[in-house]
Write a protein that binds this ligand. Sequence first.
Ligand SMILES: [Zn+2]
Ligand SMILES: [Zn+2]
Length: 328
Amino acid sequence: MQAAVLIEPGKIEIREAPTPSPRKGEVLVRILEAGICGTDYACYMGNLTTIYPIIPGHEAVGEIAALGKGVEGVRVGERVTIQPNFPCTACPVCRSGHENVCPDKVRLGLDVDGVFAQYVCVPRPYVWPLPDGLSVPVAALAEPLCVALHAFRKNPPAPDERVLVYGAGVIGLLLVRLAVLSKARVAAVDIAEQRLAIAKELGADTIYLTFPELERDAGSFSILYDTSGAADAFSNIVNVAAPGGSIVLTGLPHRDFPLPTSTIVRKELTIRGSMIYRDEFPAALNLLKGGEMKTDLLITETYPLEMLSRALEDFRAPDRVKTLIRIP
Ligand SMILES: [Zn+2]
Ligand SMILES: [Zn+2]
């Protein structure tokens, strides 16, 4: 099969690789389209521990090409999206219902070869058939939507509640839309005007390009989501949160930052981490099928697999939201 192989940070080669064959309980998926995510960028830049060489990528839609022994409930030719983290299901963390933070989970594209290739093997419980009428590129947003939905469900806003989304990348924009759909009043902050324009199109009523702009409305936000993981994000968020407010962190910085602890106590803020997703795939696919997420606004470009390096180099461009890779 053809695959994009990350040889070392910054170096991707498109080469022939052996086509995997499904083991017991696995399905072989022929990848059609795959999304580029912050994790892939971090991996490409050498900011995330992985093994080399590896086929990166974890957000994908494909078609089932073969079934391993004992697989039931799906058929060859069926279109599926992939849930790309496989928890061990046996450890105390998994057994207590926190599979998303299983210390032994296997991550597609980081621990094992991922989806920037023609084929990948996935355990049966982690492929989700596409509902009728859901297109391949829109379904490619299921995984990031699950990330947003998991964060959103930590503290869903009530109608008219004032929500701040810090960082208007894909996850931030999906959170903006989820909050708008629940009739909250939504504000977004980012350093890129182009992304804030999309936040407005998705229904945000206020946008902030700089922290001084945001600071003018300090104290008015009762639910705040950080999707940026930026160095100053958390202290800025704590500073503009309303007393009694609730903060959900889903952006993943590459290191820990100091906390404004006394402000957190004085405002009696609630702070929650949100890591990937657990059981959000059916709800995410349903939402995407309904069309009300307006995901067409989020797909910036589709590149062929040979241009994966170029697409990764462009990852931080201010006019880019979700880039898809078409697999030959
Ligand atoms: Zn992702
Ligand atoms: Zn586990």
